[in-house]
Each structure stands twice: as structure tokens, then as C-alpha cells.
Write a protein that binds this ligand. Structure first.
Ligand code: NAP
Ligand code: ZN
Ligand code: ZN
Length: 353
């Protein structure tokens, strides 16, 4: 059992070539490790940014995927939190130093010594590359494995591991709730879960979108209405009316257009990370004492809290399940905004394509 194991995967070998089948060696099961048979893996826009090296520093071969769910296949001798057969997930982080001030405050994503991200990153030894969930199995330390509530189907729960926590965390941190008017910019993987969470937290929620055809879906997800960002009359009618706006935009855009929507003292938090810097007219924040902030995923404790919240409120993602050999087409569709609202890979298709 304690030998490295070979697992089938899909990898990018370079920024410009399609993802292709790849055999991956997973590490031997350590005493604190959990081996997980992966059943589903969500497709995040961050996968695309990283595969194509849009953020720089990409490590190839790259096996993307950080919305991982499946069952526990084996446990190391010191594992206490999980048993064989448990329904579990792995999100964006697989390890951290555990002793810096960020780790001590359960904010492992901001680990001062550098968190180990699930792929395109290094283990805490800073020399062993990590490989993600477009693969049949992952072996990782139990402290970064998350239980999935029994009532949530695994396929639709997968996107909670990144898109879910990334939208839940800022909504909680900035105390979004009843009596507030909240905007979610971009109705994609992150955005559609942001709408569900903002609505569940009691906020009056609007989708701010470039896609007029997403109106019906936005309302079904819990939005009160949509603002079509290209409709200047509609944007003007909602000027200075939002308490809080969460932006999930993945491409370069005009931030000033959205800042106009904020009330005095309002806050716009971006989780979207476009490949190039944005231009900003500082008068957009000076007038009205407005705040722009960012947020990155969430810590492990908060991810557990989010999963419990989803279990209680029955919140999961709206997904399109795809076999792994459709991943390259899925990336192209995601780039066009043609995603309803998260692609999830059926890992059972791996090796059968
Ligand atoms: P996605 O499913 O592709 O959704 C992005 C949405 O943004 C699109 O569906 C589209 O929605 C809108 N959009 C795209 N281009 C736009 C433009 N030029 N102007 C205005 N709106 C535009 O992507 P995702 O997986 O939700 O990820 C969104 C972003 O968040 C990515 O940059 C990703 O890397 C980042 N991310 C960050 C974190 C974090 O921790 N901070 C975690 C995960 C992902 P409409 O059709 O409604 O306009
Ligand atoms: Zn992600
Ligand atoms: Zn740390």
C-alpha cells in the first residue's frame, strides 16, 4: 500500500496545446494521508487561466482541477478524521505551514510561508509539484480534506470546493444580509453560486451581466432582477444604490462603470482575476468614500462551515456534466461565457475516451 501509485489523468504540457491523457504518479500514502477515488471534478476559470499561463509561473505538466469530490479509498495509520468510504472533497489548498499567523487564524490560503495549492504549486517541501483533480485519485493530508454533507449529490457539490467558498467567504466577511442591496457581477461558475448565497443570506440580490439571455436563469437562482451592463440607462437608474458588489469577471473590464453603482461607503470586492491589470479612475472611489477589495477562496474551517450551510439550505451548483475528452471544448465555451453554470467532469470517463 505504501508505494507510489499510477493514476490516469489529463494534463496540459504547454500553454498553447490542448489538454491530453497523462499518467501521473501519486505519492505513497503517508501516515496522515487520505487516498481519495475521485468521482467528479469541477472546471474553474482559474484552471483555464493557469493552463494557458495567463497569470505567469505555470508548472508543466499541469494536471488542473481543484473542485474534487469522491470517496475515501484508504487512510494512513494516524488518520483520525476520515474512514474508508466517506464522501469527501478537496478544494484549492492541500497544505500550508500551519504555524504562521495566517494559518493560526484559519486563513491557510494566505499562509505567509506559501500555501500548497492543489495543482500548479509545490508541496510544503517546496520541491514536489502538486497535481489536481482531472485524475482518478489524489493522496493528500487529512487536515485539508473536507466532508461532503450526505444530502448533497457529489456531482453538483463539487463546485462548492472552489466556486462555493470563494463567493461565500467575502459575503460572510463583509456581513452581507437582510436589508442590503447586493450585486453579483458575472453569471458564471462563481457568480451563480454567489447569487444563491446572497439570496440565502437574505440580501436583495441583482445580477450584473453582459448576457441579456441569462435573465430567466438569474431570477430562478434567486435574483430580484438583472442589470445589463451594456444598457447605460439601466446602469444609471441603479447608480449609487448598492451596498455591496461581488465581481467574478474573468477578463479585463472597466471597473469604474461598476463602482458608480455603489452607495456612499459601499464596497466592491473582486474575486475575478483577469490576466492583465485594470485601469482605475481614482475619483470613482474618492467620491462617495467607496472601497475596492479582493478576496481569495477561504480557509479550511470556513470551507467546512460553507459546506454545512449548503447542506442545511440544500445549495449546490447548476452543472453540465461532461466526459473528460470534452474538456478542451468546455474551456472554449467558458471563454465565450457559454457555461450553465459550471462544467463538471465525470471522472469515470477517464481512460475510456
Ligand atoms: P466563468 O464561469 O467563466 O464566469 C465568468 C463570468 O464573467 C462570465 O460567465 C461572464 O458572465 C462574465 N464576464 C466574462 N468576461 C467579461 C467581461 N469582459 N466583462 C464583464 N463580464 C465578463 O468563470 P469563474 O470560474 O466563475 O471564475 C471567474 C473569475 O474568478 C476567474 O478570473 C477566476 O480565475 C477567478 N477565481 C478567483 C478565485 C479567488 O479565490 N479569488 C477563485 C476561483 C476563481 P456574464 O455572461 O453574466 O456577463
Ligand atoms: Zn477555482
Ligand atoms: Zn502558514
Amino acid at each position: 500500500m505504501n508505494l507510489p501509485s499510477t493514476t490516469k489523468a489529463y494534463a496540459a504540457l504547454a500553454p498553447t496545446t490542448p489538454l491530453q491523457p497523462y499518467n501521473l504518479e501519486r505519492r505513497p500514502l503517508g501516515t496522515h494521508d487520505v487516498a481519495i477515488t475521485i468521482e467528479y471534478c469541477g472546471v474553474c476559470h482559474s484552471d483555464l487561466h493557469q493552463v494557458r499561463n495567463e497569470w505567469g509561473g505555470a508548472i508543466y505538466p499541469m494536471v488542473p482541477g481543484h473542485e474534487i469530490v469522491g470517496h475515501v479509498k484508504a487512510i494512513g495509520s494516524s488518520v483520525s478524521k476520515f474512514s474508508i468510504g466517506d464522501r469527501v472533497g478537496v478544494g484549492v489548498i492541500v497544505d500550508s505551514c500551519r504555524c504562521c499567523s495566517a494559518c493560526e487564524e484559519h486563513l491557510e490560503q494566505f499562509c505567509e510561508k506559501g500555501a500548497s495549492f492543489t495543482y500548479n504549486s509545490m508541496e510544503q517541501d517546496k520541491k514536489t509539484p502538486t497535481y489536481g483533480g482531472y485524475s482518478q485519485e489524489i493522496i493528500t493530508t487529512e487536515d485539508f480534506v473536507l466532508p461532503i454533507p450526505e444530502n448533497l449529490p457529489l456531482a453538483t457539490a463539487a463546485p462548492l470546493l472552489c466556486a462555493g467558498i470563494t463567493t461565500y467567504s467575502p459575503l460572510r466577511h463583509w456581513k452581507v444580509g437582510v436589508g442590503q442591496k447586493v450585486g453579483i457581477i458575472g453569471l458564471g461558475g462563481l457568480g451563480h453560486l454567489g447569487v444563491k448565497f446572497a439570496h440565502a443570506l437574505g440580501a436583495e440580490t441583482y445580477v450584473i451581466t453582459t448576457s441579456a439571455h441569462k435573465r430567466t436563469d438569474a431570477l430562478q437562482l434567486g435574483a430580484q432582477g438583472i442589470l445589463l451592463s451594456s444598457d447605460s440607462a439601466c446602469m444609471a437608474a441603479h447608480a449609487m444604490s448598492f451596498d455591496f458588489i461581488l465581481s467574478t469577471i474573468s477578463a479585463v473590464h472597466h471597473l469604474d462603470d461598476y463602482l458608480k453603482l455603489l452607495k456612499r461607503d459601499g464596497t466592491l470586492v473582486t474575486v475575478g482575476l483577469p490576466p492583465q491589470p485594470l485601469k482605475l479612475d481614482l475619483s470613482s472611489v474618492i467620491h462617495g468614500r467607496k472601497t475596492i477589495a479582493g478576496s481569495m477562496i477561504g480557509g479550511i474551517q470556513e470551507t467546512e462551515e460553507m459546506l454545512k450551510f449548503c447542506g442545511e439550505k440544500n445549495i449546490t451548483a447548476d452543472i453540465e456534466l461532461i466526459p473528460i475528452n470534452e474538456i478542451n471544448t468546455a474551456y472554449d465555451r467558458m471563454l465565450r461565457g457559454d457555461v450553465h453554470y459550471r462544467f463538471v467532469i465525470d471522472i469515470a470517463s477517464l481512460g475510456k475516451e
